[in-house]
Design a protein around this ligand. Structure first.
Ligand code: ADP
Length: 455
């Protein structure tokens, strides 16, 4: 452990903590602890594993204020948002506490005996998560992985390891045996890469960039590891002329500026029917200008800073890319802090990097469309397919467009895209596999077929 992780507070650029960075050796030790804990955890009676997950949910609930403060300061998100996210963490463990007793198989008619299936845990599972929703996204993986009887090694992002490290302690305090949940805070290309190549890790559940997802899938192929990937997005928010334009304009900033746009579901392309584009932009402008950017601990703040100087510079360069011009924008504090104002780009060329690439910042590109067919064509003209919204008063059109969009999660006349009880994941290069909802445990189990001869 020679290297250090320097953990910053993005709103002030101050150092929150310096930690030793976990290297390959620490990852190997964590995998060994997880392997040692596996037989007892997977052998727990289903109702006992359910009780353990309920205890975990209760312990996290007791610590919500503490965890929310850690997340608000380290990830730079408004405290109220961080508290809401920690509520989702609790709900996720409660939801998956219902799963150990519902991991059911089938009986299948065959000749000469009885065939049936059971679900077995995979073993030790590696979870690699990003910095935008640090503990929330970890919980989406931890809940089903643990419910299905796996033990886990969780690698948080190097920029935001603090909530995961506290969670590791909370799991012990909740009564989970040592080794069931292990956290390794280290750099992606070192600790993350070791987890991906480790022969005793059965699966990697990854959320992050499409580029790193590609590397992980390629490395995992060497050991035929199971992989689920939740990657980037360039989702469309589609506004038809017949929509409630005022409601859509009030909601549109949240669809892309929430979490400072650092959200794989961010609807960073705003498709507006050409006949109402001027009217819509004039309704949108006051909402963008009033979108308050400020200290995450200020209760008025709707958006905090970006996560790092690197991220801010990348967002700035894509915003200034060829073919894009700023129509209007909000304001942001002066430094220190990695601030960037909410920004609306219009007009913007269809081939501009601001339209093609995931910006992962508070920037939205306005793209006019002529009719329903044109809207679907533009919305699908991307390598990604994660989220999206459709605004119209014509219900049949909403459903037609919803079926035609190549995307994993959609909302009609709403921004909402993620719920504990509904599947979440991407089409195309936004990844594969689904998290949350009742199917997520499938991705943490193998089906075993047993045939019992009766003749
Ligand atoms: P972002 O671009 O949002 O920072 P990344 O895809 O770079 O997202 O990072 C997401 C997670 O993947 C982080 O925990 C990071 O440490 C990890 N990571 C980065 N590179 C690798 C790698 N080569 N192998 C495994 N994990 C990695």
């Amino acid at each position: 452990m020679s290297e250090l992780l320097t953990v910053l507070e993005p709103a002030t650029e101050a150092v929150l903590e310096e930690l030793p960075a976990a290297g390959a050796e620490e990852v190997d030790e964590a995998v060994e602890r997880a392997r040692a804990a596996l037989p007892a955890w997977r052998a727990l009676a289903p109702n006992a594993r359910a009780a353990a997950l309920r205890a975990l949910a209760a312990r996290v609930e007791d610590a919500i204020d503490e965890l929310a403060l850690i997340e608000a300061r380290n990830a730079g998100k408004p405290l109220a948002s961080a508290r809401g996210e920690m509520g989702m963490v609790v709900d996720t463990f409660r939801y998956y506490a219902g799963m150990p007793e519902r991991l059911m198989g089938e009986t299948i008619p065959v000749a000469g005996g009885q065939a049936f299936t059971v679900r077995e845990p995979l073993g030790v599972v590696g979870l690699i998560v990003p910095w935008n929703f640090p503990l929330t996204i970890a919980a989406w993986k931890l809940g089903p992985a643990l419910a299905a009887g796996n033990t886990v090694v969780l690698k948080p992002a190097e920029l935001t390891p603090l909530s995961a490290l506290r969670f590791e302690q909370l799991a012990l305090e909740a009564g989970l045996a040592p080794g069931v949940v292990n956290v390794v805070a280290g750099y992606g290309p070192v600790a993350g890469a070791r987890l991906v190549e480790h022969p005793d890790v059965a699966k990697i559940a990854f959320t992050g960039s499409t580029a790193v997802g590609r590397t992980i899938a390629a490395t995992a192929a060497q050991t035929i590891k199971r992989v689920t990937l939740e990657l980037g997005g360039k989702s469309a928010n589609i506004i038809f002329a017949d929509a409630d334009l005022e409601k859509a304009a009030a909601a549109a900033p949240w669809a892309v500026f929430d979490n400072a746009g650092q959200d794989c579901c961010a609807r960073s392309r705003l498709l507006v029917q050409a006949s109402v584009v001027d009217e819509f932009l004039s309704l949108l402008q006051p909402h963008v200008e009033a979108f308050k950017v400020g200290d995450p601990l200020d209760p008025e703040a709707m958006m905090g800073p970006l996560i790092s100087a690197r991220q801010r510079d990348r967002v700035a360069s894509l915003t200034a890319a060829e073919g894009a011009s700023v129509a209007f924008r909000g304001s942001a504090p002066e430094g220190p802090g990695f601030w960037f104002p909410p920004t609306v780009l219009a007009p913007v060329a269809a081939d501009s990097p601001a339209v093609r690439e995931e910006i992962f910042g508070p920037v939205v590109a306005v793209i006019p469309f002529s009719d329903e067919e044109d809207a679907v064509r533009i919305a699908n003209d991307t390598i990604y397919g994660l989220s999206g919204s459709i605004w119209t008063r014509d219900g049949a059109r909403a459903l037609r467009v919803a079926r035609a969009l190549e995307t994993g999660v959609l909302s009609i006349n709403s921004n909402s895209s993620v719920r504990v009880s509904t599947p979440f994941g991407g089409f195309k290069q936004s990844g594969y596999g689904r998290e949350l909802g009742p199917h997520a445990t499938d991705a943490y189990t193998e089906i075993k077929t047993i045939y019992y001869a009766t003749t």
